[in-house]
Design a protein around this ligand. Structure first.
Ligand code: ADP
Length: 483
């Protein structure tokens, strides 16, 4: 198959990247990848399983022996070249992403730049892996703490950010001196493979990075049971994350888990209305609401409630829904039918329990219309579960205590947001919210420089920031005696 309109058609590949080779599945079987905007098949990727995963892990082990000992500056230079190649090919990568994932082209290109930012940031960070000396309790001993790369790491990534969820793991891993085998989502493998192609061109040595497509259970099973793999970094649902955690227990792997959220978004009476509405638009409707940090429950204080609903309604009605490749489209299709059905089910359930639709954008047949509902209450599905779609559910509240209690009434704790101009409240609420990240007067909380991750059932560990590289490093304590 070919994708029309690429400047460099070779970036579109239907082979997996295993140990530096562009390979097919041993069985010869493939999986079709479809465009969510029209259901057409874009191409096919190898349906790999345990055997190919074993090969990828074996070459990652061999490659690690050499990669770990390269001076950090050399690893950094390769990462820097990878970054440059990704930025140079942003238009093609964005196009491939829009075709398999659905997000509007401008947003897809935005994700490519965001994905690349992790590579440049960790290229810089590679040279700052410092150890330290511990003052000794005795005269004849010296104690040093070194940081060493973990070894072979595995990554399993989702479809909502087909590029960034890979670079956010691979960049710190490679910078730290680890090697990595990545299994992208079966729904969005082409972006991952294109990025791997650029890694190869940048000089990432054979086996340092593999991208293996195919059967999630078989590949995941091999990754989690392997003695060689020292760490699994996963982004996806809490259900699969918990399952993988269990599977990793047998070999006591280190885990990085970025799981579901159910982000609360609080707007207090003293908030700036326009900023709050912009924040909701950014946090709720980006990627058609399909992000783990999307505002899922919007709590609005009674004094500002009606004005906010009015303004938000205007903005939502103005959204343009359609194929992400079409100029001016702000909201693409949802990833699949199941995703669409979930949004409809949440709307129906909320309606039956007393909520109502107050604004909706126009949407062509087969697309989900961005929607605003008021009168949402605990006990509705859209409050208890992540809708993962363009549905803004507004809950009216009276007091700060009440809002915080509702916001924290969830087993998840990834992101939360709140809008206020009162400095005492800003501090109080920042402390009270149970989540790994809190945005005050902003709906944007992910960037390469800052640690990203959740508490409670939203996950373990952090990605981004210097903390994101620590995940791929292990301490070794050296005790030198007889000195
Ligand atoms: P989402 O709901 O976002 O699709 P999933 O957790 O189902 O989240 O998927 C995230 C990633 O996990 C994807 O790459 C998917 O293929 C993979 N995955 C799903 N089930 C399993 C499994 N049993 N073992 C390993 N990987 C899995």
């Amino acid at each position: 198959a070919v994708i029309e309109g690429l400047n460099d058609p070779t970036l579109f590949t239907e082979h997996a990247f295993i140990g530096g080779e562009w390979a097919d599945a041993a069985s010869g079987k493939t999986i079709a990848v479809t465009n969510p905007a029209n259901g057409e098949t874009i191409g096919n990727v190898p349906d790999c399983g345990a055997e190919e995963t074993k090969d990828a892990i074996a070459t990652a082990k061999t490659a690690f022996a050499e990669w770990r000992h390269r001076p950090a500056g050399e690893r950094a230079a390769i990462l820097r070249d990878w970054f440059t190649l990704i930025m140079d090919n942003k238009a093609d990568l964005g196009r491939i992403m829009t075709m398999e994932q659905g997000k509007p082209l401008a947003e897809a290109e935005g994700e490519i730049a965001y994905a690349a930012s992790f590579i440049s940031w960790y290229a810089e960070e590679a040279r700052r892996i410092y150890g330290h000396e511990v003052p000794s309790p005795t005269r004849d001993r010296r104690i040093l703490v070194r940081k060493e790369p973990l070894g072979v790491c595995a990554a399993i990534t989702p479809w909502n950010f087909p590029a960034a969820m890979i670079t956010r793991k691979a960049a710190p891993a490679l910078a730290a001196g680890c090697t990595m085998v990545v299994k992208p989502s079966e729904l969005t493998p082409f972006t991952a493979l294109a990025i791997a192609k650029l890694a190869e061109r940048a000089g990432v040595p054979k086996g340092v990075l593999s991208v293996i497509t195919g059967d999630a259970k078989a590949i995941g099973g091999e990754m989690t049971s392997s003695d060689t793999v020292r760490m699994l970094s996963f982004t996806g649902s809490t259900k699969v994350g918990a399952l993988l955690m269990e599977q990793c227990a047998g070999t006591v792997k280190k885990l990085g888990l970025e799981l579901g959220g159910n982000a609360p978004f609080l707007v207090f009476d003293d908030a700036d209305l326009d900023t709050a509405v912009d924040g909701i638009m950014a946090s709720k409707f980006r990627n058609a609401g399909q992000t783990c940090v999307c505002a899922n429950r919007i709590f609005v204080q009674s004094g500002i409630h009606d004005a906010l609903v009015e303004k938000l309604g205007q903005k939502v009605r103005a959204l343009k829904v359609g194929d992400g490749l079409t100029d001016g489209v702000t909201t693409g299709p949802l990833i699949d039918d199941r995703a669409q059905e979930k949004v409809s089910a949440h709307i129906d359930d909320a309606k039956s329990k007393g909520a109502s639709i107050v604004a909706q954008a126009d949407a062509p047949e087969g697309y989900t219309a961005p929607t605003v509902m008021t009168g949402a209450k605990p006990g509705m599905r859209l409050m208890d579960e992540e809708t993962f779609g363009p549905l803004a559910a507004i809950v009216k509240f009276e007091s700060e205590e009440e809002a915080i209690a509702m916001a924290n009434d969830t087993p998840f704790g990834l992101a939360s947001y709140f809008y206020t101009t009162d400095i005492s409240r800003a501090w109080r609420v920042s402390e009270a919210l149970e989540s790994g990240m809190v945005g005050l007067n902003t709906g944007a909380i992910s960037m390469a420089e800052a640690p990203f991750g959740g508490v409670k059932q939203s996950g373990l560990g952090r990605e981004g920031g210097s903390e994101g590289m620590e995940e791929f490093l292990e301490m070794k304590t050296l005790h030198w005696a007889g000195i």
